[in-house]
Design a protein around this ligand. Structure first.
Ligand code: OFO
Length: 173
């Protein structure tokens, strides 16, 4: 009797390319947040700097999740060039508005990747992306909550010092 097997097919090239692009996007996010962190250190807002440095670590971990996934699927990892991060802000509020905008851009990329995984019937990738979809809800929410606090307290003064202390207490995940 002939046995029917249902193994995973080799990874589709369009999916592989899209994952490699996403590895680049996650490392690029890490690079942007590290540059922002350095700028906050210069502004003597070490809590903001700490928060962004942890974000740099998280983004690196995101890139590595895609990297490991591609290798597990017997795909080819192709690391791409990173752009010089164009970090320019004149206040903490402006910086965190940029963080939120960047995360919204990453969310749209994850959604597009999910559409591709669905179109190509790549079930393992759909599964991995479920984690990223939830993560993006958190990422946008945490940027938004810093923006809300900054709007309440303003961009300077003793309350900014307190918020800086609060952000400085962020723990790695
Ligand atoms: Fe990787 O979530 Fe932010 O960019």
């Amino acid at each position: 009797m002939e046995m029917k097997t249902n193994t995973h097919r080799p990874i589709d090239t369009a999916v592989q390319d899209a994952i490699n692009d996403q590895i680049q996007a996650e490392f690029q996010s890490a690079y942007i947040y590290l540059a922002m962190s350095a700028k906050f250190e210069h502004m003597s807002l070490n809590g903001f700097a700490h928060w962004l440095r942890l974000q740099w670590q998280e983004e690196t971990a995101h890139a590595m999740k895609f990297y490991e996934f591609l290798l597990q699927r017997d795909g080819v990892v192709e690391l791409k060039e990173l752009e010089r991060p164009a970090v320019s802000f004149s206040s903490p509020l402006e910086a965190f508005e940029q963080v939120l905008e960047h995360e919204q851009y990453i969310t749209s990329r994850i959604n597009n990747l999910y559409d591709l995984a669905t179109e190509k019937r790549d079930y393992p990738l759909q599964n991995l992306l479920q984690w990223f979809i939830d993560e993006q809800v958190e990422e946008e929410d945490s940027a938004r909550s810093v923006i809300d606090s900054l709007k309440l307290i303003g961009d300077a003064g003793p309350n900014l010092f307190l918020l800086d202390r609060e952000l400085g207490a962020r723990q790695p995940e």
